[in-house]
Design a protein around this ligand. Structure first.
Ligand code: GDP
Ligand code: MG
Length: 660
């Protein structure tokens, strides 16, 4: 909103400019007035639009032309005053004043004018007949008003119109020559309609209209008023109302009507609520609300934001196949000024058999944008009307800024849900295939991806002990000499070598020794293309020996040359390592045969779970009072229970091993 409004009064001498100003201030007609009134400022709280308003008088007798020009350029709105009983003063409006003002203002940003016919107490007839042709000729004339300083008629109205002309200009909304809304205004209102059409059926039903009314005007719409609005549209348009709801055509018609009847502040209220500025562009403050992100913190979407995005997805997935077809996606992006997602998105997230982005893939892409470029995410959520529909202060409330990663490591726990894995390996070692494998694409499906649609990122979910986490894979271009800070900072490192290429492991070993040997970032060695015959790597030790020496998990065989979707096991392991970087996982396999796997399976087995719960129930079954919680014996008993559980588990595990 504007900070203040400056109103200038000009016109021939003796038409009553000074009297009008003094009458407004004192609420009585002054018998004697000076040539020129002092500039007055009306405080914000006594003006109807709640903005400070300066009123400036002009007197030919006291001011030079130069001073007048200066005042003209400073004014936000100019009232050209004439006297209704003085023909000459009306003629001068067009012969002198309008050209004089227009010469001093830009054609594109013409200052709004108001024609003021004073001394209406002196005549019987109205001057409107003379004035209307002038209004039609000069589109910069916002309105005209007849008043009388002597009778106190229309005085406050005059200044209200002047204020309104500045705060809610007609210019950007409406083209008076064509008698229709301007295209920018139609575009903005169309976006508003689409955002408000919650079920995307092209009609604003009563529920949606009520919500719209409440968000824009803060007051509920009476049922009768709702009917009245629809009836007005019905009367004037054949297809403005359908299924008892307002169509886009009806919605636009209604606003045209508001503007034509001088109620453009209504349209402006709607536009401003949806983030538009005076030029009908989305305001920067609306698109980019302030969000502080300290170093070493990451950005994620919170639960509310996911719910909102889910509703946006559902609204556009018209055939309910849990994927967005190209048409459905275009429809979703209709409220954006440009298409935000390139074709590489399809190779960054999961798609269905047709290559369309699935629900999962859609959420993953949002998660990626939030993580990598939170400003963009704020902007996109702004286009979707997040703050309005989710009834939040701004898009900033959709974002969780995680705590410093150093703190996570210190406390050995994390609240984060997105983990970043950097994938290193020489050209052709299978990095891209590895990324695509994560998205469930085998070699055959990968071959179908066009070169220009390739992506260096892949993001999807992995379940870690029953919790859904996002794993973000990022393929790093193999340039040994130029690894930047960002390329090295991640939650887990993947070093990929090609089992069939004897020269591929050496690069992994070099990268590890140079950058990660002394870092806290966990590393994993991937033996890619494991479906091909293995050759001896040209290096002083085998990959397995290398892993042992550096206390890494053994090399993990991986292939995406599978009939079905490649296995996800490795990605789950990577996510586990990323979430629990401090946990020393001795065995990383999921063979279900080795000791580690048996032990894992056993501890997760139903039998142990039931025994454990039983034991806990026995211990905790006594009604726990507050005093209990404080007493040390309670905690002793509880911890004894836990120990019993652990011991029992261990005993059963040993018994199981012996039986093998
Ligand atoms: P300015 O030169 O445009 O500032 O005009 P003034 O305010 O000095 O007014 C010129 C004369 O017109 C004064 O004698 C006023 O009393 C008189 N006047 C101003 N407004 C009205 C009005 O509404 N009705 C009548 N009858 N006289 C007015
Ligand atoms: Mg005067």
């Amino acid at each position: 909103m504007r900070k203040d409004v400056r109103i200038l009064l000009v016109g021939e001498p003796k038409v009553g400019k000074t009297s009008l100003i003094m009458t407004l201030v004192s609420e009585e007609f002054p018998a004697v007035v000076p040539y020129r009134a002092e500039e007055i400022t009306i405080p914000a709280d006594v003006t109807p639009e709640r903005v400070p308003t300066h009123i400036v008088d002009y007197s030919e007798a006291e001011q030079t032309d130069e001073q007048l020009y200066q005042e003209i350029s400073k004014a936000n709105v100019i009232c050209i005053v004439y006297s209704v009983n003085n023909k000459k003063s009306i003629e001068k409006v067009t012969s002198h004043w309008i050209p004089l003002i227009n010469e001093r203002t830009d054609k594109d940003s013409r200052v709004p004018l108001i024609l003021v016919g004073n001394k209406s107490d002196l005549v019987e007839h109205s001057s409107m007949e003379t004035v209307l042709p002038i209004m039609n000729k000069y589109t910069e004339i916002e309105t005209c008003v007849e008043c009388s300083a002597k009778n106190l008629k229309n005085i406050s109205e005059l200044f209200y119109y002047a204020q309104k002309a500045v705060l809610h200009p007609t210019g950007p909304l409406y083209c008076p020559e064509k008698k229709e809304m301007r295209s920018a205004c139609v575009r903005a209102l169309t976006r508003i309609f689409k955002v408000s059409d919650l079920d995307n059926d092209g009609i604003l039903n009563d529920h949606e209209l009520t919500f719209f009314q409440r968000t824009c005007f803060n007051t509920p719409l009476a049922p009768q008023a709702l009917e009245d609005v629809k009836n007005v549209v019905r009367k004037n348009l054949t297809d403005g109302v359908r299924d008892n709801g307002l169509t886009l055509k009806g919605f636009l018609f209604l606003h045209t009507l508001f503007i034509q009847r001088g109620r453009h502040e209504t349209t402006w209220a709607v536009l401003r609520r949806f983030g538009y500025d005076d030029d009908l562009e989305l305001h920067q403050d609306y698109l980019f609300p302030l969000l502080k992100i300290p170093p070493d913190c990451t950005t994620e979407l919170n639960h509310n934001a996911y719910l909102f995005l889910q509703s946006v997805f559902d609204k556009h997935d018209k055939d309910r196949d849990s994927a967005l077809s190209p048409e459905e996606l275009m429809d979703l992006f209709d409220v954006f000024p440009y298409v935000p997602w390139g074709l590489d998105v399809n190779s960054t997230v999961c798609t269905n058999d047709q290559g369309w982005i699935t629900y999962q893939g859609y959420l993953s892409q949002w998660t990626l944008t939030t993580y990598l470029d939170v400003q963009r995410c704020l902007e996109y959520l702004g286009y979707l009307g997040y703050s309005i529909i989710a009834e939040q202060e701004s898009q900033a409330s959709a974002i969780t800024v995680t705590r410093d990663k150093k703190l996570d490591l210190q406390k050995k726990q994390t609240q984060r849900n997105v983990f970043r894995c950097h994938v290193f390996g020489i050209t052709g070692s299978g990095k891209t295939s590895f990324l695509q494998g994560f998205l469930g694409r085998n070699l055959v499906r990968q071959k179908a991806i066009k070169e220009e649609h390739k992506s260096y990122y892949a993001i999807s979910t992995a379940h870690v002990y029953g919790q859904e986490k996002y794993l973000l894979l990022h393929e790093i271009f193999p340039d040994f000499d130029f690894l930047s800070e960002t390329e090295l900072s991640c939650d887990i490192v993947c070093l990929i070598y090609d089992v069939s290429n004897p020269c591929s492991f050496e690069y992994c070993a070099r990268i590890f020794k140079q950058y990660f040997m002394d870092s806290k970032t966990p590393c994993m060695l991937i033996a890619a293309k494991s479906d091909l015959p293995e050759t001896k790597q040209q290096y002083c030790m085998t990959p397995l020996e290398f892993c042992r020496k550096h206390k890494m998990p053994p090399p993990q065989s991986y292939t995406c040359n599978t009939a079905a979707a490649p296995s996800k096991d490795i990605f789950i392991k990577l996510t586990i390592m990323a979430v629990y970087p401090h946990a020393r996982l001795r065995c990383m396999c999921t063979c279900n045969r080795c000791t580690f796997c048996l032990c894992q399976n056993f501890l997760n087995s139903e039998l142990v779970q039931t025994v454990r719960t039983k034991l806990y129930t026995v211990i905790f079954s006594r009604h726990i009072t507050h005093a209990d919680l404080k007493s040390s014996t309670f905690w002793l008993r509880a911890s004894v229970g836990a120990t019993v559980c652990a011991m029992l588990g261990f005993a059963m595990y040993r018994a199981l091993l012996r039986s093998r």
